[in-house]
Write a protein that binds this ligand. Structure first.
Ligand SMILES: NC(=O)c1ccc[n+]([C@@H]2O[C@H](COP(=O)([O-])OP(=O)(O)OC[C@H]3O[C@@H](n4cnc5c(N)ncnc54)[C@H](O)[C@@H]3O)[C@@H](O)[C@H]2O)c1
Length: 219
């Protein structure tokens, strides 16, 4: 397993925890050469590739008129192009390894309107559409491609957003309230869905958007 992130220290911390030292890799997902090098390293070290998870993402809170062009470009580069590049380089290696799967991290913002998330929603919607298109293109080659659409997940991202607000606890309470199960989704619940999608039991799940949102989109 390789844990890759633009934040090298964070990747090393997670890799140490789950796989042991030496299993982290610094990557800027919007740069083709770096994504190619990441996939090549995995292929060489493990003599093939079984699973690629495209998870890196950034957000900006803004309506369409409020969104800076630079923010639009940055979100598209990291969220959508990063996922595209991960798939572009991983799919041939997964195929040549005898089959495997891709798991992209989209969002409920690809499915329902979320206030003040214009560029983010567009990028995550692009990930969902790309997932479906690529799933059809590559299933006959033994490469299963799906995405996960999380609701609000308790991660450093959400903690960063709420800490910057005048009343962080009220903001967290509002986030909990918009999910019918009354709490944030845990990172472990998203990881469990990824593990399921990567398993043989998910062999008939192809081009799907697996919603893990405590009922947010069921309202
Ligand atoms: N937290 C949520 O509520 C939520 C909901 C739906 C979807 N998501 C998605 O889940 C994914 C993970 O988000 P998170 O909540 O863990 O956020 P996070 O900010 O805690 O983690 C995102 C990670 O992506 C890395 N990253 C950012 N830009 C990068 C780049 N250019 N190249 C390589 N790595 C880069 C960051 O260093 C960070 O480690 C994202 O795609 C996000 O959009 C999160």
């Amino acid at each position: 397993m390789l844990v890759a992130d633009v934040d090298e220290a964070a990747a090393a911390r997670v890799a140490d925890e789950i796989a042991g030292s030496g299993f982290s890799h610094r990557v800027e997902v919007s740069l083709a050469a770096e994504m190619l090098a990441l996939v090549e390293r995995a292929e060489v070290e493990w003599d093939g590739l079984d699973v690629m998870v495209n998870n890196a993402g950034v957000g900006v809170a803004a309506t369409t008129p409020e969104t800076d062009e630079a923010d639009w470009d940055r979100l598209m580069d990291i969220n959508l192009k990063g996922t595209f590049l991960g798939m572009k380089y991983a799919i041939p290696v997964l195929r040549d390894s005898g089959g495997g799967c891709v798991i992209n991290i989209s969002s409920v913002a690809a499915i329902v309107g979320v206030a003040e998330r214009a560029a983010y929603s567009a990028a995550k919607g692009g990930i969902l559409a790309l997932t479906r298109a690529a799933a059809i293109d590559h299933i006959a080659e033994g490469v299963r491609i799906n995405c996960i659409c999380p609701g609000t997940v308790d991660t450093p991202w959400v903690r960063r957003i709420t800490e910057g607000l005048p009343d962080p606890e009220a903001a967290r309470a509002a986030m909990r309230a918009r999910q019918p199960h009354g709490r944030l989704v845990s990172a472990e619940e998203i990881a469990a869905m990824a593990a399921y999608l990567a398993s043989d039991e998910a062999g008939s799940i192809v081009g799907a958007a697996m919603i893990v949102d405590g009922g947010l989109t069921a309202r």
